[in-house]
Design a protein around this ligand. Structure first.
Ligand code: 3HC
Length: 282
């Protein structure tokens, strides 16, 4: 793995670029505007500073990491000489389809195409490319520099060589790869989102306040964050999108999103990123 392109510099994209660069794999971070790229680089620098302060890395590693990242505003240019492309654009099938159609034409034939999607079908995304055997899900977790898991999602046509390369690459990043097959929500979000949704139902039905629901799960189940704090951290819009993918994919009412979640997203209360969700961050 000599060079990697990460498409999208949002929370997940900048975290993914951070871990590749920190492990000395040069990364091209592709964004649509310079201001978005600058924001991504600022986040990476802030997170590296935090790691220096905690003595997890030294100042030299921080500088080397930043030097391993270059920015590109043109998608076609950014993927032309890489071995792996990881897409981390918003969770919208049409947007991802457009991105992969372009990437498939522009990236070298040997390049593996990966999506960090949290729930969209890998098989369906692979089908828009001419290389479904080289297409795979590489699902990282937020905050990427901290969380050990990479859920590796095999599409219907993903071949063993592609899986092996991605498994090895994940280990190179000091992550723990776990293989799963392509089903709605994979394993992580199929298990996590119904828990978050049920916590929201508890608030909606007046079983307990958001603070108390979270306290139960933190103190009783040793979760580092309660489900509602975690929902704010992930983004309530992202949670709703994933629940809709589960609901549409399985046609099972157990995945129906709580009306309170829909209402909060409609109101623009999306959690940390807007300063207000189940909790207030202002
Ligand atoms: N970059 C680098 N380091 C970071 C970081 C970042 N962005 N954020 C936190 N850290 C480090 C801190 O420096 C600290 O290091 P230390 O252990 O050496 O002191 C450590 O992480 C813990 O951070 P804090 O002390 O600031 O805060 P907490 O102890 O509250 O931990 C947390 C924060 C790691 C986020 C913890 O609360 C946690 O594990 N929460 C659950 C996160 C989770 O479940 N993520 C998955 C979300 S689902 C997802 O991403 C999938 C998607 O498809 C929806």
């Amino acid at each position: 793995m000599k060079k990697v392109a990460v498409i999208g510099g949002g929370t997940m994209g900048n975290g993914i670029a951070h871990v590749f660069a920190m492990n000395d794999i040069p990364v091209t971070l592709i964004e649509t505007k310079q201001e978005f790229a600058d924001r991504a680089l600022n986040s990476i620098e802030k997170n590296l500073d935090r790691m220096v302060k905690k003595e997890k890395i030294d100042e030299g590693r921080k500088v080397a990491t930043l030097n391993n990242i270059s920015v590109e505003l043109e998608l076609v240019k950014g993927v032309k000489d890489v071995d792996l492309v990881i897409e981390a654009v918003p969770e919208n099938y049409d947007l991802k389809k457009k991105v992969f159609e372009t990437v498939d034409k522009a990236a070298p034939d040997h390049a593996i195409l990966a999506s960090n999607t949290s729930s969209i079908s890998i098989t369906k995304l692979a089908a828009v490319t001419s290389r479904p055997e080289k297409f795979i899900g590489m699902h990282f977790f937020n905050p990427v520099p901290v969380m050990k898991l990479v859920e590796i999602v095999r599409g219907l046509e993903t071949d063993d060589d592609t899986y092996d390369v991605i498994e090895k690459t994940s280990k190179l990043l000091a992550k723990v790869p776990v293989p799963v097959n392509d089903f709605p929500g994979f394993v992580s979000n199929r298990v996590l989102m119904p828990m978050i949704n049920e916590a929201i139902f508890c608030v909606q039905e007046g079983v307990a306040t958001a603070e108390h629901v979270d306290e139960v799960m933190k103190l009783g189940m040793a979760h580092p964050m309660g489900p509602l704090r975690l929902a704010d951290f992930i983004g309530l819009d992202v949670c709703l999108d994933i629940l809709n993918v589960l609901y549409d994919g399985f046609k099972d009412p157990k995945y129906r999103p709580a009306a309170l979640l829909v209402k909060m997203v409609d109101a623009g209360k999306l959690g940390d990123k807007t300063g207000q969700g189940f909790f207030n961050y202002n």
